[in-house]
Design a protein around this ligand. Structure first.
Ligand code: G4P
Length: 539
C-alpha cells in the first residue's frame, strides 16, 4: 500500500460559522453533492434551542447527536473528504477551537444579511493563529443582505485577512439572479426553491455575450461593471497565499437552495491542502513517515450511564494506524491497543482495520486519554498546537456533599480531561475554579457530576473576567508576581501558573507593572499563543 497516495487523497476540514449562518445546511448540501446522503434533512442540526438552555434532555441530545456526526466522510472526485463537525452552540466554542487543531483547512460560512458576527471573528482568530487556509462562503443570497463590495470590506477589516472573490452575485434577495464564476467566466442562474442538485450552468464565452442581457436583463450591465472593478481592485487569486492563510477565496450562494455549493465544492477539492506536517515538542513530523503518530483532540462521554467508557477522537498525523496493534501512549508511558477503532461514513460508524494521515478515528477509552495526548509507534514526542484557550467565565466549585468529596474530585478531574471546561486550583489546593466559554457548561457539569459520579456541587460566581498563562525568562520576576498577587494566581492541571484579573484594566496594569513577565491567552507559549505584552489579544 502506497501511503503517499493515501495521504494525497485526504482532505480534512471543518465548516465553521456564527450560529444560524447556515453551517448545518451547507454541511448537508456538501454531503448531498458528494453522494454521501440522498435526501435533504438527513443531517440533524446539533444546536440546542436557544429557549431551552437548561433543558437537560436537549443537552444530552446535543451530545448524542454530535457523537454521531462528529466526522462525516465521503468520496468525491477520487478524494476522501473528512468534514469535522463543530458544535452549533456558542457555549461550546472551546470544542470548536480544539477541532480546528485537527483540520488542514476550513470553510467559513457568513450570513449575507448579518455580515461578520462575533463568533465568526473569534473562530477566525484561531485560524489566523494557526495559519489555517480559509475559504469563505457568503450564504443566504436569496435574502436582502449587505451589498457585496461592502461585505468584502467588512470581511477584510473584521477578519483581518485578504479576500479574493472567485464568484460574484448577480442581484440579491428577490432580485437574486445567480452567480458569475470569475475563474471559469460562466454564469449560474438561480431558480428559487430548487431542491435538486442538477447543473444550472449557463455557458457564456465572455461577459459581452448578448445571451447574458437576454437572460438577466439590466443586471448584465451591473455585473460587467462589478467584474471590471473586482479585476482592478483585487490581485489575481494566488493558491500559495491561500495555503499560507494570507488570502481567503470568497464564494456566494444559498445553501438552502443548493445554490453556489457545487462551485464551492469543486474549488475546494481543487485547492484545499492534503494533510500537512505537524510540529511536536521534539521535531517536525511528516505525514509520509512510515511510523504512525496521532493526537487526541476531542473526547465524548458515553451517554449510557451503565457504560463508563468514552470515545476519544484521534487525528492520524503520520504513518498507518492499525487495529489491534500496540501503540505508545506518550504521557502515560504505556502501550495500548484498540480492538474496535471506528470511522464514519456520513452518520454511520464502522469498525476499521487501518487509517491514514488526515483520518479521524474514534477509540473506546477507559479514562486513559485527555485532550492533547499523543500516540506513537514508540517514539516519545508530543504534538504541539493543541492548546487550552483562555476561558471567559469563571466560577468557584463548591462541594455541597462533604461525604462525597472523592467522587466530586474524580468527576471534575475527568470532565475537565474531556475538555468540558478547564480547572484551576489555588496553591494550597483548596479553592477550585472552573473556567468555561459559556454558561451552559456549568449546567452540563453539575448535571453530569450528579448523574455520573453521584457528587453534588454548586457554582459560586467570581468577579474574574480574564485569565492569562504567565511565563518569564527571569524566574525571580515570575516569583515576584506570584507573591505580590497571590490571590490572583491559580494553577492549571499541568501546574502552569495562571493570572486571574477582574477586568481588562487590571490585567493591563499587571502587564505594565511586570514588564518582564509575558501574559498568554493560550496555554501553549512558544509558537501559537499571542503575547499580550507584544500587543495583540488572541481570542
Ligand atoms: P447553523 O448550523 O450555522 O446554526 O445554521 P443552520 O444551517 O441550522 O441554518 C440556520 C437557519 O438558516 C435555518 O433556518 C436554515 O434553514 C436557514 N438557512 C440556511 N441557509 C439558508 C439560505 O441560503 N437562505 C435562507 N433564506 N435561509 C437559510 P431555521 O428556520 O432556523 O431552521 P429550519 O427550520 O429551516 O431548519
Amino acid at each position: 500500500m502506497n501511503i503517499e497516495h493515501e495521504i494525497q487523497k485526504r482532505r480534512t476540514f471543518a465548516i465553521i460559522s456564527h450560529p444560524d449562518a447556515g453551517k448545518t445546511t451547507l454541511t448537508e448540501k456538501l454531503l448531498l453533492f458528494g453522494g454521501a446522503i440522498q435526501t435533504a434533512g438527513a443531517v440533524k442540526s446539533n444546536k440546542i434551542r436557544k429557549s431551552a438552555t437548561s433543558d437537560f434532555m436537549d443537552i444530552e441530545r446535543q451530545r448524542g447527536i454530535s457523537v454521531a456526526t462528529s466526522v462525516m466522510t465521503f468520496e468525491y472526485n477520487n478524494l476522501f473528504i473528512n468534514i469535522l463537525d463543530t458544535p452549533g452552540h456558542k457555549d461550546f466554542a472551546e470544542d470548536t477551537y480544539r477541532t480546528l487543531t485537527a483540520v488542514d483547512s476550513v470553510i467559513l460560512v457568513v450570513d449575507s444579511v448579518k455580515g461578520v458576527e462575533e463568533q465568526t471573528e473569534k473562530l477566525m482568530n484561531v485560524c489566523r493563529m494557526r495559519k489555517t487556509p480559509v475559504i469563505i462562503f457568503i450564504n443566504k443570497l436569496d435574502r436582502e443582505g449587505t451589498r457585496p463590495f461592502e461585505l468584502m470590506d467588512e470581511l477584510e477589516r473584521k477578519l483581518e485577512i485578504k479576500v479574493r472573490p472567485l464568484t460574484w452575485p448577480i442581484g440579491m434577495g428577490r432580485g437574486f439572479k445567480g452567480v458569475y464564476n470569475l475563474h471559469e467566466k460562466n454564469v449560474y442562474l438561480f431558480k428559487p426553491g430548487k431542491t435538486t442538485i442538477e447543473d444550472q450552468r449557463l455557458l457564456i464565452n465572455d461577459l459581452d455575450d448578448s445571451v447574458l442581457d437576454e437572460k438577466i436583463g439590466s443586471d448584465a450591465g451591473r455585473l460587467r461593471e462589478d467584474v471590471e472593478l473586482i479585476e482592478g481592485v483585487y490581485d489575481p487569486f494566488d493558491i500559495g497565499d491561500y495555503l499560507s492563510g494570507i488570502v481567503a477565496p470568497v464564494f456566494f450562494g444559498s445553501a438552502l437552495n443548493n445554490f453556489g455549493v457545487r462551485e464551492l465544492l469543486e474549488t475546494f477539492v481543487a485547492i484545499a491542502p492534503p494533510p500537512k506536517v505537524r510540529e511536536t515538542d521534539q521535531r517536525i513530523v511528516e505525514p509520509e513517515e512510515e511510523k504512525f503518530s496521532g493526537f487526541i483532540f476531542k473526547i465524548h462521554a458515553n451517554l449510557d450511564p451503565r457504560h463508563r467508557d468514552r470515545i476519544a477522537f484521534l487525528r492520524v498525523c503520520s504513518g498507518k494506524f492499525e487495529r489491534d496493534k500496540y501503540f505508545h501512549h506518550v504521557r502515560l508511558n504505556k502501550n495500548l491497543r484498540f480492538n474496535n477503532p471506528y470511522n464514519f461514513m456520513a452518520r454511520n460508524k464502522s469498525i476499521i482495520d487501518e487509517a491514514f494521515p488526515g483520518d479521524v478515528i474514534g477509540l473506546y477509552d477507559r479514562n486513559n486519554f485527555k485532550i492533547g495526548d499523543t500516540l506513537t509507534e514508540g517514539e516519545s514526542f508530543t504534538f504541539r498546537g493543541i492548546p487550552s484557550f483562555s476561558p471567559e467565565i469563571f466560577k468557584e466549585l463548591v462541594n455541597t456533599d462533604p461525604m462525597r468529596s472523592k467522587q466530586l474530585d474524580k468527576g471534575i478531574e475527568q470532565l475537565t480531561d474531556e475538555g468540558v471546561a478547564q480547572l484551576f486550583t489555588q496553591q494550597d489546593g483548596r479553592r477550585k475554579i472552573v473556567g468555561t466559554v459559556g454558561e451552559l457548561q456549568f449546567d452540563v457539569i453539575q448535571y453530569r457530576l450528579e448523574h455520573e459520579y453521584g457528587a453534588s456541587c454548586r457554582f459560586q460566581s467570581m468577579n474574574y473576567a480574564k485569565a492569562c498563562w504567565i511565563t518569564s525568562d527571569n524566574p525571580a520576576k515570575l516569583d515576584e508576581l506570584t507573591r505580590a498577587k497571590s490571590r490572583h494566581i491559580f494553577y492549571d492541571k499541568d501546574d502552569n501558573p495562571v493570572f486571574f484579573a477582574e477586568s481588562q484594566w487590571l490585567l493591563n496594569s499587571a502587564i505594565e507593572n511586570f514588564p518582564e513577565v509575558e501574559f498568554h491567552f493560550t496555554s501553549e507559549f512558544k509558537t501559537d499563543s499571542v503575547i499580550v505584552n507584544s500587543g495583540r489579544e488572541a481570542i
